[in-house]
Design a protein around this ligand. Structure first.
Ligand code: GAP
Length: 538
C-alpha cells in the first residue's frame, strides 16, 4: 500500500503542492500549486480540453457515439446574478449537515465523523476519532482507554460492538465521545449549513448586494445555452465545455487536495434531444472512464459506480461516478473523481420557468407559503427548435463533471512508485519515481552534460534551447549524473539526455527511459523528433 504521507511530503519537497498561506501556518482547505504542480495540473486540463474540445472532430461520430456532434468552449464568471443560484437549487438545497462540539468548539460534517461503539463493564459509548485511514482504530482504542481511565495493558478489557461507522448512523448523541472531546454528549444535533461562499457586490454592502462564489461551473453553461446557440452554428446534439474555479465552504476539508474549499472543475453540459438521451448518457459514461485509463489510471484502482435508483435525483434517469482508490482511503474504498449525470431538462427549465420543486415528479414549480413561485426564472425561451422536424422542446442534458484537482491527485498517486535501480557503480539503490504518462509529466526531458568541460556544456545548452521551443525541458550540470537521473525520476521526467565524450566526436547522445532504465544512442539532430514521437505514441 502506497503511503499518502510520502506522496504529500514529495509534493512539498519537490514543489508540486504547498499549503496555502504556508508562512502563516496554512489555511484549511486551500492549496497552492508550485512550479512543478502548476505544470502537472495544466497538462491535466490541457489533455482534457484537447481530447474533449479542441481536438474533437465534429464531422465524424467518435467511436461508440450515436452520431457526430459539436463541442465548443466557454469561460463564464465566478460571480453571477444571485437568481442563478436560486433557480439552480443551490440557494435552498446546497448544504451539508454539521455538528458542533460544545467543548472543543470544533465543527464536523455529520456524515464524516467516524467511530466505534466501545463497551467497558456495563458502560457503552460511541468513541469518535479525528484520525484517518489506518490510524482510526488505534485512536479509538487510545481514547477509549483514556475515557475509561484504563492503561494500555488493559486494552483487552474493552469490547467492541460492530466496526467503524459514521456518526449519522448513531441516534444517541448523549453517548458519543466527540472526536476532540473528553466528556460525553458535547456534540450538538445536526444542523444545515449552506456551502456557498458569500460575497458583496458594489459599494453599499446591504443584504440585497449579496452574491455567491460559484459552487460549480455548470450553471454558467446553462445560462449561456441560448447565447451559444444564437452566436454559433451548433445544433443539437452538442456540448459546451468549461474549465474553471469553483468554491465550496466545506465543513471538513480533508485528504490533501481531495476535498478543498477552492478547486477547479472540468465540466461538459451535453445537450441532446430527449428521446436520444439514454444513448448519450451511456456514451459519455464510457468515454469518460476511458479517458482516465488512456492517461494511466488502470486496473482495480479505477472503477465506475452506477448510482442505485434510490440515490438518483428524481429528474435523473442515471448517474455514474468514476472513482479511484486513493491511498488515504481504507482498503476497498473509492473516492469520486467525476460524476456523469443524466440531468433531464431540469436546469434549462428551472432557468426558464423558475425553480422547480425537486421533490415532485412530474416537475412543477416550487411554490412559497402564499402559493407564488418561490424563485422566478429568467422568463427567457430556452427551448430548441429542431430544423428537420419542426419540433420544439427543452433539450435534455448529460453532464460529465470532473474535478481537475482530484484528477491531478489521482494521477500523482497512481504515478508514485518505489523500486530499485542500479547506481553508477551497478549497485542496486532504492529509488522513488513518478511514472506519469508522458502527456502529463511536468517536464518531458532533462538535458545533462556528463561533465562541465570538453565542450559538453556548450552542446547541452544548445540542445536545451532547441528542445525548449517544443516542450518543457530541464537543464542540470550539477553533481554526479546518477544523482541527476534520480532527481528527474522523482519528479516524473520520462526522458533524460546525456551529452558525453562520444557526442563531441560523433554527434550522438544517450537517451534514458525513466521506467525501463534502458539507454540508447540517438543522433543529436533527431532528439527533438524522437522525444516528440515517443510522447505522442503512448
Ligand atoms: N455540476 C455537478 C457537480 O458539480 P459534483 O459531484 O458536486 O457535481 C463534480 O462535483 C466534481 O468536482 C467531483 O467529482 C470532484 O471531482 C470535484 N469536486 C467537488 N467538490 C470538490 C471539493 N470540495 N474539492 C475538490 N474537488 C471537488
Amino acid at each position: 500500500m502506497i503511503s499518502m504521507d510520502k506522496i504529500v511530503s514529495l509534493c512539498k519537497r519537490r514543489g508540486f503542492i504547498f499549503q496555502s498561506s504556508d508562512i502563516y501556518g496554512g489555511f484549511g482547505g486551500f492549496w497552492d500549486y508550485g512550479p512543478l504542480g502548476v505544470e502537472l495540473k495544466r497538462n491535466v486540463k490541457e489533455a482534457w480540453w484537447r481530447d474533449m474540445v479542441s481536438g474533437h472532430n465534429e464531422l465524424v461520430p467518435p467511436q461508440g457515439a450515436p452520431a457526430a456532434f459539436d463541442m465548443v468552449g466557454l469561460d463564464s464568471t465566478i460571480v453571477m446574478h444571485p437568481q442563478v443560484w436560486k433557480c439552480s437549487g443551490h440557494y435552498d438545497l446546497f448544504h451539508d449537515y454539521m455538528v458542533d462540539c460544545r467543548q472543543s468548539k470544533k465543527r464536523y460534517r455529520h456524515d464524516q465523523v467516524r467511530g466505534r461503539w466501545v463497551q467497558f463493564g456495563d458502560q457503552k459509548v460511541f468513541v469518535a476519532t479525528a484520525a484517518e485511514g489506518d490510524l482510526e482504530q488505534e485512536d479509538v482504542q487510545r481514547r477509549a482507554l483514556k475515557y475509561f481511565r484504563l492503561r494500555a495493558k488493559d486494552a483487552d478489557r474493552l469490547s467492541y460492538d460492530g466496526g467503524l461507522r459514521t456518526l449519522d448512523t448513531v441516534d444517541e448523541l448523549n453517548r458519543v465521545l466527540g472526536p476532540d472531546a473528553n466528556e460525553l454528549g458535547t456534540l450538538t444535533e445536526p444542523r444545515e449549513f449552506n456551502l456557498m461562499f458569500k460575497t458583496t457586490v458594489g459599494a453599499l454592502g446591504g443584504e440585497e448586494d449579496t452574491a455567491f462564489l460559484r459552487p460549480e461551473t455548470a450553471q454558467g453553461i446553462f445560462v449561456n445555452f441560448k447565447n451559444v446557440l444564437d452566436s454559433t452554428r451548433v445544433s443539437l446534439p452538442f456540448g459546451i465545455a468549461q474549465i474553471g474555479k469553483s468554491f465550496r465552504n466545506e465543513i471538513t476539508p480533508r485528504n490533501f487536495t481531495f476535498r478543498s474549499r477552492e478547486f477547479e472543475q472540468m465540466e461538459i453540459e451535453f445537450f441532446c434531444p430527449p428521446d436520444q438521451s439514454q444513448q448519450w448518457y451511456r456514451y459519455w459514461r464510457d468515454r469518460r472512464i476511458h479517458w482516465y485509463q488512456s492517461l494511466g489510471l488502470a486496473g482495480d484502482s479505477l472503477r465506475m459506480r452506477e448510482h442505485a435508483e434510490a440515490e438518483l435525483a428524481h429528474y435523473s434517469t442515471g448517474t455514474a461516478d468514476i472513482e479511484y482508490a486513493f491511498p488515504f482511503l481504507d482498503e476497498g474504498e473509492y473516492g469520486e473523481l467525476e460524476g456523469v449525470a443524466h440531468r433531464g431538462d431540469f436546469d434549462l427549465r428551472s432557468h426558464m420557468e423558475g425553480k422547480l420543486d425537486p421533490k415532485t415528479n412530474p416537475l412543477r414549480l416550487e411554490l412559497d407559503e402564499t402559493g407564488k413561485p418561490r424563485h422566478r426564472g429568467s422568463g427567457r425561451d430556452l427551448t430548441y427548435r429542431d430544423e428537420a422536424s419542426g419540433e420544439r422542446y427543452v433539450p435534455h442534458v448529460i453532464e460529465p463533471s470532473a474535478g481537475a484537482d482530484r484528477a491531478t491527485l489521482a494521477f500523482l498517486c497512481q504515478a508514485f512508485t518505489e523500486d530499485e535501480a542500479p547506481d553508477e557503480h551497478g549497485k542496486p539503490q532504492a529509488r522513488t519515481l513518478l511514472k506519469f504518462h508522458p502527456r502529463l509529466a511536468p517536464i518531458k526531458a532533462a538535458v545533462f552534460p556528463l561533465v562541465k568541460k570538453d565542450g559538453m556544456p556548450e552542446i547541452a545548452r544548445d540542445l536545451y534551447g532547441e528542445l525548449k521551443r517544443n516542450f518543457a525541458v530541464f537543464y542540470d550540470e550539477k553533481s554526479a549524473v546518477g544523482r541527476r537521473y534520480r532527481r528527474q525520476d522523482e519528479i516524473g521526467t520520462p526522458y533524460c539526455i546525456t551529452i558525453d565524450g562520444q557526442t563531441v566526436q560523433d554527434k550522438t547522445v544517450t537517451l534514458r527511459d525513466r521506467d525501463s532504465l534502458q539507454q540508447w544512442r540517438v543522433p543529436l539532430a533527431e532528439v527533438a523528433t524522437e522525444i516528440k514521437s515517443r510522447i505522442a505514441a503512448v
